[in-house]
Design a binder for this molecule. Structure first.
Ligand code: MOS
Length: 716
């Protein structure tokens, strides 16, 4: 529905909105990695034409910074912008310049002189001590490992990754008296931006309006409000002008979150046939000193395979960095890389086909809770995938298949991502002209919410899709959970369906009680609606249109707020699953890895829109190729500076890196998951991609690379 707007430049992203009298902000970032600001000389900046203000901790008002429990903020203190002289990481905002032009603000920002009392930051996960730790255990993994017939102890490392959405983060803020309006790039209009601004400025939530009709990619980077959102609102309040603040690409690397780097020490024990007996996972992941970010890295280790003994520790390592956050397939992508690499190592060790070994260890239920799986069709994913990919054609011996200078290998990985949903609402209005309006405050970062929600609404209302208008991205609309975690269709979709069902039922009730309706007196359950016309299910000739019904009854519309709430107690463990296959070619003399083809087979429940689902899977695979082979945020540990904070040096896959990608979704639905039967598909599609590629590299070369990204240096 929004494709034409996007490709013709008519879709208004955050910074595109035209706000009268807007002025421009440019952030000054710390050039030291830790320490204290000892002085700021803003005279040269202030003397520039058009400069309205230079705001720093020296002149900024104290802000309320109330707790915001309804947000995605991790435990901790939040970064309080311009509230004191402390520098917690390289790139931290230390001042903002507001000027009448964007260029003027940028130039003046470069003239602000900040003096520091600098200390050496701690930014190296490998050497820094761990902070808080979480743990999990069942059975006695350490004893079981001691007596296991086969034992492996691989250690894996994953580099820090950045989201790098095409649209930079941007905020326009305008105050009208005590009321604040922001146009923001956000994946959570209500909890992420509206509530956070209210909490920081100490004003009622209703005093903040957030508008975000289009988001140009997010991958998780928009799940909370970052400091620049606060800075834009603060600058607007201080100058009395609407302020636009767009982060530079470089600022995106320390002004928003990232996928933290991890070390993952595995120990795996099995019998000689590859039946798993025990695993231990000792995990270390990056966090900031001021916030403790954690994610679901442990869950896959508890339920991906059947085994009596599991022990896990997950320690966060506080570093002098900005706070990490979720990035596509959060937690699962990391945990599954370690597990699926280790399982592949085990298959090779015991001489069992990697798929057979996985099938041998398929659990019947979630052994961490004892709960049944709502649906788990991973076996089918392997079966379909092996057939479609041609898995059985491979020579199982590593480094045995050649194509000229290239060694050819194939690899497979399981994927899982938990199915989540949260309370959501949607306004549904059926107009007397037979059209409908549906609104919900979700945002949309690109998966096609503008298309999929009208599909759901049209189905529920019995309308043609073209008769439904769907609006999103405004905090005045009914609230929704974050647009993330693969929850939007399960949550918002269920609310839209609920609203559509109820309005349809209202219309049917109106008809059967209306003596002038051809449906007068019939049982409501015998009436169906198709393309805007109500009729008897067994006699399509007896009926009338919504338009006739509402017009005759002088009803301009029927309306309701549909809602969805997840059950209080889960009776099932719910996950989406996938089997990911990769074929790579490796030139060992050059250290080159080329992905030749990939196939993902997914058990994601009901698929609302196959075209959009395909697009998600292709995008997830491209992202996973990045994680596997290219993406790596590099820090200079002497001062905490990110040295490749740009899209020339932070490598992402381009078209030449992206071969034949194919996705298959298993038919079906998950009736336990949510009213729509979906299991979520935006996150699962990146999980399993990196291990499938790493396993294929091993199969091609016989060399096991345990660190991502797999670089030429590692292969030479
Ligand atoms: Mo997804 S990491 O919740 O945008």
């Amino acid at each position: 529905m929004d494709g034409r707007l996007k490709v013709t430049g008519q879709a208004a992203y955050a910074a595109d909105h035209r706000v009268d009298g807007v002025v421009y902000a440019a952030v000054v970032d710390s050039t030291v990695g830790r320490g204290r600001i000892t002085g700021i000389d803003a005279r040269a900046a202030e003397a520039q034409p058009g400069v309205l203000a230079v705001i720093s901790h020296l002149n900024a008002p104290r802000l309320a910074y109330r707790p915001n429990s309804g947000s995605n903020n991790p435990d901790g203190a939040r970064l309080r912008v311009f509230q004191d002289d402390q520098v917690l990481f390289h790139g931290q905002p230390v001042a903002v310049v507001v000027a009448t032009t964007h260029e003027g603000a940028r130039h003046a920002a470069s003239l602000v002189e900040v003096r520091y009392d600098a200390a050496r930051p701690s930014t190296d996960l490998n050497s820094a001590p761990a902070g808080e730790a979480d743990s999990y255990a069942r059975g006695d993994a350490d004893s079981a490992l001691a007596s296991a017939e086969v034992r492996l102890e691989p250690k894996y490392r994953l580099s820090r990754n950045h989201h790098n959405p095409m649209e930079p983060h941007a905020t326009i803020a305008r105050w009208d008296g005590d009321r604040l309006t922001v146009w923001d790039k956000t994946q959570w209009v209500v909890g992420g931006t509206q509530q956070e601004l209210a909490a920081v400025f100490g004003i009622p939530q209703e005093s903040v309006r957030v508008i975000s009709p289009f988001v140009g990619g997010g991958f998780g980077s928009g799940l909370r409000a970052w400091p620049h959102v606060i800075i834009a609102a603060l600058a607007a309040r201080e100058t009395g002008r609407p302020v636009k603040l767009v982060l530079t690409r470089e600022q995106m690397y320390f002004g928003t979150g990232f996928r933290p780097a991890y070390e993952y020490q595995m120990r795996v024990g099995s019998d000689r046939r590859g039946r798993l007996i025990a695993m231990t996972h000792d995990i270390r992941g990056e966090t900031a000193t001021y916030e403790t970010f954690t994610e679901e890295v442990m869950a896959p280790g508890q339920m991906l395979y059947s085994m009596p003994n599991v022990r896990q520790t997950y320690a966060t390592v506080p570093l002098d960095v900005n706070a990490p956050t979720w990035m596509r397939g959060p937690g699962a992508a990391t945990g599954v890389f370690a597990i699926e690499s280790a399982v592949d190592e085990l298959a090779h060790e015991v001489g069992v086909d990697p798929i057979e070994l996985r099938l041998l260890n398929e659990p019947e239920r979630d052994e961490s809770t004892g709960l049944p799986f709502s649906t788990r069709r991973l076996r089918e994913c392997y079966e379909v995938g092996a057939r479609e990919f041609g898995w059985n054609r491979r020579d199982p011996r590593p480094a045995a298949t050649r194509d000229g200078d290239w060694l050819i290998g194939t690899g497979v990985s399981a994927a899982m991502y938990h199915t989540g949903s949260m309370s959501a609402r949607a306004y549904v209005r059926l107009n007397a002209d037979g059209t409908a309006l549906v609104q919900s405050a979700t945002s949309d970062m690109g998966p096609g919410t503008y298309t999929s929600m009208p599909q759901v609404a049209a189905d529920a209302l019995g309308l043609a899709m073209s008769a439904v208008r769907f609006e999103l991205g405004d905090s005045l609309m009914p609230p929704t959970p974050p647009h993330g975690g693969s929850m939007t269709m399960a949550s918002v979709g269920s609310a839209v369906q609920d609203g559509g069902d109820k309005v349809r039922q209202q219309a049917i009730a109106l008809a059967v009680n209306d003596p002038r309706s051809p449906l007068h007196g019939v049982r409501p359950e015998d009436v169906i609606v198709r393309r805007g016309r109500l009729h008897l299910s067994n006699d399509p000739t007896r009926g009338e249109t919504y338009e006739q019904l509402l017009t005759r009854n002088n009803r301009p519309h029927l309306e309701i707020i549909g809602s969805y709430a997840p059950p209080e107690q889960q009776r099932y463990t719910m996950n989406a699953y996938g089997a990911v296959f990769a074929e790579v070619a490796v030139d060992q003399r050059l250290g080159l890895v080329r992905v030749r083809r990939m196939l993902g087979v997914y058990d994601a429940g009901r698929i609302i829109n196959p075209k959009l689902a395909e697009s998600q899977a292709i995008g997830g695979m491209v992202g996973g190729i990045g994680t596997a082979l290219l993406e790596h945020t590099v820090t200079d540990h002497r001062d905490g500076r990110i040295v490749n904070a740009n899209l020339a040096d932070y490598l992402v896959p381009v078209n030449a890196d992206v071969p034949d990608l194919r996705a298959i979704y298993l038919d079906g639905e998950d009736q336990h998951a949510d009213p729509i039967g979906v299991k979520g598909l935006g996150e699962i599609v990146i999980v399993g991609v990196a291990p499938a590629i790493a396993n294929a590299v091993f199969h091609a070369t016989g060399r096991r690379i345990r660190e991502l990204p797999i670089t030429a240096e590692a292969l030479l």
